[in-house]
Design a protein around this ligand. Structure first.
Ligand SMILES: [Zn+2]
Length: 560
């Protein structure tokens, strides 16, 4: 299916942006999104037996010290409101808390964990508001939500920790603030200053995004990728924005794989053939079901996104900006499912290499190896217009460097089957690796890696006034033969960076995700004022319009 307008635009000289070197825009901090009231409302689902006395959750004072030791006095576990039989035992030490180990509606029982200390070590986190006493709370209560979220944050951060470069810091340089209940909206987002989780009411039932470890891990994944690769933040490219979303979902999957209980259930459910619809492949069941009930085209009936799907590579510029969940569109969350599926199929193949009859420890080990591979690949990938094939190639090279190619066959197969790498691209991987090592640029990683450039586009092409629209994009299309597959045969044609950037902008402006409030009124002929969730904003400087990212959000746009 071709987007005729897009193809026409490609051929039209009028739409072509002049390849002018733009002056780099002075870095301007993103405007803070509106923050809703602190979590002062009653819990949506009242606890049946609120025996454990708790302080009221205070309004979210800015940066209160979260020192778990001080606020967690000895707790009488037998007085807690959760039935012991309903809670799976945990080997953890410290003050016990009740948590979901996977999404609340993934089918797993409540489990016990230990109250974490988030503010210590690399990449510290700080939950806004006063910490309730650590104890065993009932799901649906604010106190449960607090500790459940703290546990999910710790677990998601822990999977990346061993692979992060020394001295790494969040974008702010301080602890990353977390809003457990940032107000009313069916949304969650990361905006470089906070991870924010909100709540919404769907068909009379209130849903908190902070209740789902999947959603928490997804948002934390955005933050981790942002510190590993800050250059991806503003990059106006479909494959880059979608990869950010995919990295979030993969973080949720890899985090779940470090839970014995999840591995047990998944092995039982799939018999070790991991690439099946399961509690592992389904991302954010609870949220997805709610979204589905509002608009069945927005999500499947049983989850928000599924890592098991049948999508094959299409250049995003040839996809529509919006489509039902059963089809691929160039919208980042929709398009992310392609990379997630390719990687997940690779992990499934890795498990077969690990063991013919995999046990829990095999699955957990493969999860750790996949995490190491992806982290190395992400750090090395050059910012290119064909970013999916670039990361896929780096995944295969990272396996070579870390595990001497132990998983090579599985990873090559998965990426080729998805068309993320073409057959000829896979064939050229070895030669390309030596070229990079020996002399070639772009470099395979490190500080030498191209970090993108500014590009000037014609603002009027996007419904704005006359003038230049300055956006951040890739320095080059792709490296050598590393390419995705064409639908018919061979590799895709080399995408022009301008063309790929135009495709991203078309999707963004058409969907109304740009905030014009910092520019003069009437700038845009279609401001989409009723769409409140804006991921980007425009600022006017010296007669030029500069586009910046404000946040990565959950992408759900219906019911606005
Ligand atoms: Zn996201």
């Amino acid at each position: 299916m071709k987007n005729n307008k897009r193809v026409t635009a490609k051929k039209s000289p009028a739409k072509k942006a002049p390849p002018v070197k733009a002056k780099p825009a002075p870095a301007k901090k993103p405007a803070a999104p509106k923050k809703a009231a602190p979590p002062a409302k009653k819990p949506a689902v009242a606890a049946k037996k609120p025996i454990v006395p708790t302080k009221k959750v205070a309004p979210a004072a800015k940066k209160p010290p979260v020192v778990v030791k001080k606020v967690a006095p000895p707790v009488k576990i037998e007085a807690a409101p959760v039935k012991k039989s309903a809670v799976k035992a945990s080997g953890g030490k410290g003050v016990p808390i009740t948590v979901w180990e996977n999404d609340p509606e993934s089918g797993l029982k409540l489990a016990k964990s230990s109250a974490p200390t988030l503010a210590l070590g690399p990449l510290p986190l700080q939950i806004l508001g006063t910490a309730p006493k650590a104890a065993l709370y009932n799901p649906g209560t604010p106190n449960f939500r607090y500790w459940n979220a703290a546990d999910a944050l710790r677990r998601a951060r822990d999977i990346w920790k061993p692979h992060l470069p020394e001295g790494i810091q969040w974008q702010s340089g301080n602890a990353l603030d977390v809003q457990i209940d940032g107000g009313e909206d069916l949304n969650a987002y990361y905006d470089r200053k906070t991870l924010s989780f909100l709540h919404g009411t769907v068909k009379g039932k209130t849903l908190h995004t902070a209740d789902s470890p999947n959603i928490i891990a997804h948002e934390l994944g955005h933050a981790v990728l942002d510190v590993l690769r800050p250059d991806l933040w503003d990059a106006a490219l479909d494959e880059v924005a979608a990869f950010h979303e995919s990295f979030g979902d993969i973080t949720a999957i890899l985090t779940a794989l470090q839970q014995e209980s999840v591995c047990e259930v998944v092995l039982k459910e799939t018999g070790g053939m991991l690439y099946q619809n399961s509690a592992l492949s389904r991302i954010a069941e609870q949220f997805g079901k709610a979204v589905h009930s509002l608009n069945p085209n927005s999500a499947p009936a049983d989850c928000l996104r599924n890592a098991v799907n049948s999508f094959f590579y299409r250049e995003p510029m040839h996809l529509p900006p919006m489509a039902p969940h059963s089809s691929l569109s160039s919208e980042p969350h929709s398009y992310s499912r392609l990379f997630t599926a390719g990687f997940f199929e690779g992990v499934s193949g890795m498990l077969k290499i690990q063991s013919n009859k995999p046990k829990v420890e095999d699955l957990m080990q493969v999860g750790r190896d996949a995490t190491a591979i992806l982290c190395k690949a992400v750090r090395s990938a050059a910012l290119s217009a064909a970013f999916y094939s670039e990361v896929a190639a780096q995944v295969i090279w990272a396996d070579g460097a870390l595990f001497e190619g132990k998983y090579d066959g599985a990873l090559r197969s998965a990426f080729v089957r998805r068309g993320i790498l073409s057959l000829e691209a896979v064939r050229s991987l070895r030669a390309e690796a030596s070229r990079i090592v020996n002399a070639g640029k772009p470099n395979a990683g490190g500080d030498e890696m191209p970090r993108g450039r500014d590009m000037m586009m014609r603002a009027s092409a996007y419904g704005l006034g006359e003038g230049a629209l300055v956006v951040r994009t890739a320095s080059f299309s792709r490296r050598g033969m590393i390419a995705s597959a064409a639908l018919d045969a061979g590799s895709t044609p080399v995408p022009g960076v301008e063309q790929a950037t135009q495709s991203f902008l078309e999707t963004l402006f058409r969907r109304g995700r740009v905030d014009f409030s910092q520019c003069k009124p009437g700038l845009s002929s279609v401001p989409h004022s009723h769409i409140k969730r804006k991921t980007h904003y425009l600022v006017e400087q010296n007669g030029q319009f500069h586009l910046h990212r404000r946040c990565f959000d959950d992408g759900y746009e219906d019911g606005m």
